[in-house]
Write a protein that binds this ligand. Structure first.
Ligand SMILES: [Cu+2]
Length: 69
């Protein structure tokens, strides 16, 4: 298992936070997730044999938010 912190910009309210959570949770291989609205950050734990950080970042961008790192 791998845990990464991802900087996200564009989240301004609870709906944004929920949208990011939903898009990441819909991915196969996510083990743990915490999205922090104020910090603009997500901490994601995932099974790297099933999914890559790149896929997670892509899903955040598909939901309409920008990934900073
Ligand atoms: Cu919002």
């Amino acid at each position: 298992m791998q845990t990464e912190k991802i900087k996200i910009s564009g989240m301004s309210c609870g709906h944004c936070q929920a949208a990011v959570e939903k898009s990441i949770k819909s991915l196969n291989g996510i083990v743990g997730l915490e999205v922090l609205l104020k910090e603009g950050q997500a901490q994601v734990s995932f099974d790297e044999s099933k999914i890559s950080l790149k896929d997670i970042r892509a899903s955040i961008e598909e939901a309409g938010y920008s990934v900073d790192n």
